[in-house]
Design a protein around this ligand. Structure first.
Ligand SMILES: [Fe+2]
Ligand SMILES: [Fe+2]
Length: 223
């Protein structure tokens, strides 16, 4: 991430004012890593209220002493936000972190691999939660399809969670061979899973949930 903004030692109001300043102008794809010594979620309701549709917000570190968030400023005229766009951009984001884990492990830089893996596993678990607690239930309710695609996707999440746990163990053991073996398996499953969601489920969701998309997205963003 090219820019970072440290909000530590600021109170919530001061931090909000600083964030508001970022939204002056029509930036598109300006990416900033927010850092704080408090849970950055405290800033989200006001940010959503004032700037909804103008940013992506994904967690990078979730306490207990440091919180970091990947904030991307978006110009809605260029990059509109809907179910399809938000979830697809998070797939791409997690893929990019995954590549960094793999590269660091292959280069033998285990400190970097550990740091990147911590961001990756947090991102993946957050992504699964956004789908399982927000998007999938709304999709099932709107379509009546409870035994269909969402059921298959949840089974694949379980499979990927298992691989992430194995990978965590391999990272802890600093076993580069095992990391790369699990990485290859996870890469294949993740790619296929994401293609199914992007080409089918998110599109269907976008159609069936158009009138409640904002509510769903605001809720999942705060998870
Ligand atoms: Fe998924
Ligand atoms: Fe997904």
């Amino acid at each position: 991430m090219s820019e970072s903004l440290d909000l530590s030692k600021k109170n919530v109001e001061e931090a909000q004012t600083t964030l508001d300043g970022l939204f002056e102008g029509l930036a598109d794809n300006r990416n900033i890593e927010l850092i704080a010594d408090f849970d950055l979620r405290a800033l989200l309701p006001a940010l959503q209220e004032k700037n909804w549709g103008k940013f992506n917000w994904f967690p990078l570190e979730d306490g207990p002493s440091i919180w970091r968030v990947d904030l991307t400023l978006l110009n809605p005229a260029v990059s509109p936000r809907g179910i399809e766009e938000l979830f697809t951009s998070d797939h791409q984001r997690c893929d990019e972190i995954f590549v960094l884990v793999e590269a660091a492990a292959q280069a033998g830089d285990l400190d970097k691999a550990k740091k990147n893996f911590a961001e990756f596993i947090l991102g993946m678990n957050h992504h699964f939660a956004m789908e399982e607690e927000g998007f999938f239930p709304a999709f099932e309710q709107a379509t009546g399809m409870t035994q269909g695609p969402t059921m298959v996707m949840k089974m694949e999440h379980t499979q990927m969670r298992g691989l992430l746990m194995q990978m965590q163990e391999a990272v802890n053991k600093e076993d580069v061979g095992e990391i790369s073996q699990i990485t290859s398996t996870l890469m294949v499953i993740m790619r296929q899973h994401n293609i199914k969601e992007e080409q089918m489920l998110y599109r269907m969701g976008g159609m069936h949930l158009s009138n409640q998309a904002d509510t769903i997205l605001r809720t999942v963003q705060a998870l």
